[in-house]
Design a protein around this ligand. Structure first.
Ligand SMILES: Nc1ncnc2c1ncn2[C@@H]1O[C@H](COP(=O)(O)OP(=O)(O)OP(=O)(O)O)[C@@H](O)[C@H]1O
Ligand SMILES: [Mg+2]
Length: 415
């Protein structure tokens, strides 16, 4: 199992919340991601934290567990609810199940009963999602099942938002456009993707793939090296320490990207900011090079130089310019930038320090925590420009396969 089971505890009694948190703290495959004291708080937390399992008390003062479960099933369909109650009556049980709960635990229960329920519910849910994935893949039109697009997120200057855009673009394409997305952290020395997504630093990374890449053939499957994130995207992390960066050669990375594009619609690559043979290898292979710049004179100068090089390398139309942190108060206008670099900006993403930095520090992509913010809308527009419109055919088919909402099909990519 590559990931822990993310659990949200909902109970109005503080001692119960503490007790459950402590109990689950002993289990290495379970992580308590939050605790809510009311139904309202549970909805709010579940929307932000996307837990796999919600332990829900049935009797709570503001909104009872059954009403909360009903709303939760609609809003966060990927969270499976385990109801907890002191009453074991069949009416409670029936109403809970109708509201969408997957399990019913009668208090007091033992810690073994609790962990077994959590694991069971989680395993069942994954099985269901896997079946849904099969339906999803067969529902895709043939051309969408052909090799996926490789999108390099690059900039000739560091710190302009490559990782931020790469992560949120990937999440937007998966969640809103129903694409199968894998995000590759090719900033091998100082990759930040794992931090932005709050992934376990001990997770597998591209460094674990090195022995496999040294063979002559193509690796069959990279499934065991790719980590699943609760947003539905899959991630191939950068090595855990900078000196390991040297182990990955351009030819190896090329094999990785070619293999990943066979099973994903979109392979988003967060590139390093400098030109080395690895970065050039990615740019050569990419279908689209999203090149980021900001409204700073140094960024604009570097962009001018990059565009000259890109011309010489024959990248032509595949370079698309993204102006990140667009903010009209900075003293440089977009028109000035376009004039200076001699070409049009293709996409802009607004500056929103509040949402972006808050999300970064919490390890939740802003696209998940604040979808209505302008910065999220800009990222969605960018994702649509790259990946095309939402695949409704997938959504319809996934909807038929169960009571799951369309978005659910994406979570089937957990491994
Ligand atoms: N649209 C935005 N609005 C506000 N802040 C932003 C925006 N995009 C990025 N940032 C902030 O800018 C900083 C740099 O972003 P990020 O780490 O994504 O850049 P990078 O190009 O990947 O940097 P590095 O060269 O370190 O890899 C971060 O603090 C991030 O939160
Ligand atoms: Mg970065």
């Amino acid at each position: 199992m590559s990931d822990q089971i993310r659990v949200l505890i909902v109970d109005d009694i503080p001692e119960t919340r503490d007790h459950l948190t402590k109990l689950l703290g002993f289990e290495s495959d379970i992580e308590v991601v939050g605790a809510a004291a009311s139904g309202g708080e549970a909805l709010e937390l579940a929307t932000r934290l996307l837990p796999d399992v919600v332990l829900m008390d049935i009797n709570m003062p503001d909104m009872d567990g059954i009403a909360a479960t009903e709303l939760l099933s609609a809003r966060v369909p990927t969270a499976a609810v385990v109801m907890m109650s002191v009453q074991g009556e069949s009416d409670y049980l029936r109403r809970s199940m109708l509201a969408g709960a997957r399990e019913f635990l009668v208090k007091p229960f033992s810690s073994d009963e609790l962990t077994a329920s959590i694991r069971q519910v989680y395993a069942r849910e994954r099985e269901k999602l896997d079946r849904l994935a099969v339906a999803t893949v067969t529902a895709l039109p043939a051309e969408d099942r052909a090799a996926g697009r490789i999108v390099a997120v690059f900039s000739p200057k560091g710190g302009v938002g490559r990782t931020t855009i790469a992560v949120n673009l990937a999440v937007a394409a998966a969640q809103e456009l129903n694409r199968r997305v894998v995000l590759v952290d090719a900033s091998f020395q100082f990759g930040d993707v794992g931090i932005l997504l709050n992934l376990n630093p001990k997770s597998k990374s591209i460094a674990d793939l090195v022995p496999e890449l040294e063979g002559a053939g193509e690796p069959e499957s990279l499934d065991t090296f790719v980590v699943s994130h609760s947003s539905g995207i899959r991630v191939l992390l950068a090595p855990p320490s900078p000196e390991m960066a040297e182990l990955i050669h351009p030819a190896g990375l090329k094999k990785v990207l070619e293999t990943l594009r066979r099973t994903h619609d979109l392979v988003v690559v967060d590139c390093a900011a400098w030109f080395n043979d690895v970065t050039l290898g990615v740019l050569d292979l990419a279908d689209v090079i999203l090149t980021l710049l900001t409204l700073e004179i140094t960024s604009i100068k570097d962009m001018r130089l990059f565009l000259e090089v890109a011309d010489q390398l024959g990248y032509g139309d595949k370079v698309q310019l993204v102006l990140n942190r667009a903010d009209s108060t900075l003293g440089i206008r977009v028109a000035d930038v376009e004039h200076s670099i001699g070409r049009k900006i293709d996409h802009t993403v607004v500056s929103d320090g509040r949402n972006v930095v808050y999300a970064l520090n919490r390890g939740v992509p802003f696209f998940l925590s604040n979808r209505e913010a302008q910065v999220s809308r800009d990222v969605l527009r960018l994702a649509e420009a790259i990946a095309g419109p939402r695949l409704e055919v997938v959504a319809e088919r996934a909807g038929e396969a169960g009571r799951a909402a369309p978005r659910k099909s994406l979570f089937a990519w957990r491994s």
